[in-house]
Design a protein around this ligand. Structure first.
Ligand code: IPD
Ligand code: CA
Length: 351
């Protein structure tokens, strides 16, 4: 700073004529003062650039912390992953002792104390972290106990504590914890922890999909003859519906495709689409908690979601086709025999 002022002062102000310093010495150093002035300018610019670089990369400074403020759901996303992991550990432990099985709507609609306990753990942790009044919760077991299943614009957590309860009861090794988060009715992120395989699938809108922190991507197969398709038969055993489900499966199998599969959990099925292991998964009769988290994961892995009639995907409609691309999705849709299924958000008397 001093150097800078000196250079300016001496060049811009006229020297005092009779001062011996100015008369004898100043003429010799005058040309160099211009150089000093230029160098101080350059030095000053370098200092300014370094300062701004430090300012924008130091996390304690405002611009970076302001970016964090503009991303309010990152903390919720990270928390959901941690809660899903904890819930999965509970399920694994519970699977080691005897499982008490109860039924809900029919003898094939199973539930266990673990489903209920794990849902309480998840919702309890989320309420403690994010406050009770501001966030809404749609959980499979809470809805089974009479809680509403309506998606509003409010921040809403959609939870299936144990997706694949029948698998869990039988020791069939695919059981998933599903936690999704929506705001303004739009899904923001989804976490599916396939806890027996210890695979943590997660995705956040616009930020990609991951399995155990590795990016995942749907397959690029467009030829239906080279595909594997997943479908499930759900828990409705009315002969007309079962006939339609089996007829659809037969038609798809005979296209022909390489194979038909089913893991027994909708969430894991969707993650298999997201990793490219299969090309599509569709089902009529699933619930929003089975598919909300997987929906974000499939889309972020590059896949698509459609209604079984080819229209737009509707989370509460209980019908869905998830696929690697629209060529495969539309080819499958041609074969699906649609049957009615009351919406998740329908009034109780219509269900
Ligand atoms: C079930 C599984 C199954 C699907 C059923 C779901 P649950 O969920 O996702 O794969 O076919 O429609 O209800 O009852 O095990 O949470
Ligand atoms: Ca469940």
């Amino acid at each position: 700073m001093l150097l800078y002022s000196f250079a300016h002062l001496r060049v811009t102000e006229a020297p005092v004529a009779n001062n011996p310093f100015y008369r004898h010495i100043f003429p010799y150093i005058k040309p160099y003062l211009h150089v000093v002035r230029i160098m101080t300018h350059v030095l000053w610019d370098v200092v300014a650039i370094l300062q701004s670089l430090f300012y924008f990369t130091d996390s304690s400074k405002q611009p970076c912390s302001r970016n964090k403020m503009e991303d309010p759901w990152q903390k919720a996303y990270d928390f959901a992953v941690a809660v899903a992991k904890k819930a999965g550990e509970e399920i694994r432990k519970a699977g080691e002792s005897e499982i008490r099985v109860m039924t809900k709507s029919s003898t094939v609609d199973l539930v266990t104390k673990t489903d209920e306990r794990v849902e309480k753990i998840i919702i309890g942790s989320l309420k403690q972290e994010f406050g009770e009044g501001t966030h809404c919760f749609i959980g499979e077991e809470s809805v089974a106990n009479g809680e509403p299943c309506i998606l509003t614009d409010k921040p809403t957590w959609i939870i299936d504590p144990v997706d694949g309860t029948t698998n869990f009861v039988h020791g069939f090794p695919f059981v998933a914890v599903c936690i999704a988060f929506a705001i303004n009715k739009q899904l923001e992120f989804g976490v599916v922890y396939s806890c027996l395989e210890d695979k943590m699938y997660k995705a956040r809108k616009g930020k990609g999909a991951f399995c155990n922190d590795e990016p995942i991507q749907v397959s690029d197969v467009k030829d239906i003859h080279k595909s594997i398709i997943i479908s499930e038969h759900g828990i409705d055993r009315s002969p007309e519906k079962v006939t339609k489900i089996l007829s659809t499966m037969q038609k798809i199998l005979c296209i022909p495709v390489h194979g038909l599969r089913g893991s027994g959990t909708a969430a894991t099925n969707m993650c298999l689409v997201a990793t490219g292991a299969v090309e599509a998964f569709f089902e009529i009769g699933i619930h929003c908690w089975d598919i909300a988290a997987g929906a974000v994961i499939v889309q972020e892995a590059g896949g698509i979601l459609l209604d079984v009639d080819g229209g737009p995907f509707d989370l509460m409609s209980r019908r869905m086709v998830s696929a690697n691309n629209d060529v495969i999705a539309k080819r499958i849709i041609k074969e699906i025999e649609i049957f009615p299924s009351a919406r998740d958000d329908a009034p109780i008397e219509e269900k």
